[in-house]
Design a protein around this ligand. Structure first.
Ligand code: SIN
Length: 292
């Protein structure tokens, strides 16, 4: 589908998720252009912008149009060097564990996880590869059976930053407190009110109301549902100077490390959400959507 906004042309990646936006320079975004971009973001959840020549300041300025930037806890809590507003993607032949190589949402361990992320890739592997997959978590919830959907509405889950760090072999010292938080398993999207499945393997430790075995089995079933349902997915093939903006509340992403020993490089900023995730409440069965 091709949509013509006044300030750009937009081409869907799939009917369910993602779109490429043609004809904008993210270093120069007027108020009118921003209003149209915000509408496209709301509808498509993942927006791809090609051929952007951005300084770090311009990258941040564009992201700040959507809200203040979030500081990354690896820099503020663990003392990793560098600008705390920037999450560096630097993968090369020396990398042991590539970042984001699993379905996840960024920093769901935070009491207020980010609204969105904007990743700007400046170096792609010369032989190709390094694509990123995205999955629509509104569709993930909607495509579960009714009894499972109903049961999930009553549940909350514990998200732990320590679980994520373990996967990278990082062990914080006792003084280095890393974020952890409880969130509803099904959240209401703050803008659309739609129910969103909000668990992810790197951060979600346990569903609080279930026994350990029940929780592990339930989470495994949900992760498999996300992985195998290709109709939830879209795939972004990066080129140098591509920026992708995604709705971190409503989509998962998965970076593919299929280019070893070549390099891939870029910088990500995350945008703060206004409030903690709220449970989706559906008092009327199929009907209206409620927010707590
Ligand atoms: C991430 O934000 O998890 C990394 C995504 C990517 O490198 O494509």
């Amino acid at each position: 589908m091709i949509d013509k906004y006044q300030h750009f042309t937009l081409e869907s990646l799939t009917p369910k998720l993602g779109a490429e936006v043609h004809g904008v320079d993210l270093a120069r975004v007027s108020a009118d252009l921003f209003a149209e971009l915000a509408d496209a973001f709301h509808r498509h959840l993942v927006l791809v912008f090609r051929d952007q020549e951005l300084t770090r300041a311009e990258h941040k300025r564009f992201a700040r149009l959507f809200g203040p930037l979030q500081l990354h806890p690896a820099k503020t809590r663990l003392g990793m060097p560098g600008d705390p507003e920037i999450f560096d993607i630097k993968i090369n032949a020396d990398t042991q564990v590539a970042n984001g190589e699993d379905w996840h949402t960024d920093l769901s361990c935070e009491p207020v996880p980010p609204k969105a992320s904007a990743l700007y890739i400046t170096q792609v592997p010369p032989s190709g590869g390094g694509d990123t997959l995205f999955a629509n978590m509104q569709e993930a919830y909607a495509t579960l059976s009714r009894p499972v959907r109903d049961m999930l509405l009553k549940l909350t889950a514990y998200h732990s930053g320590y679980k994520d760090l373990r996967a990278y072999g990082v062990v914080p010292s006792l003084e280095q407190i890393y974020p952890c938080a409880n969130h509803p398993v099904v959240i209401a999207h703050p803008e659309s009110g739609k129910p969103v499945l909000f668990v992810n393997e790197p951060f979600t430790e346990k569903i609080n109301e279930l026994t350990a075995k029940e929780s592990a089995a339930m989470l495994e079933m949900l992760y498999r549902h996300i992985q195998i349902n290709t109709r939830l997915h879209c795939r972004v093939r990066w080129a140098r100077n591509t920026l992708v903006l995604w709705d971190n509340r409503a989509v998962h992403h998965h970076a593919i490390w299929d280019y070893y020993p070549e390099s891939r490089q870029g910088e990500r900023v995350t945008i703060q959400n206004d409030a903690p995730p709220k449970a989706f409440i559906n008092n009327h069965g199929d009907g209206e959507l409620w927010r707590r």
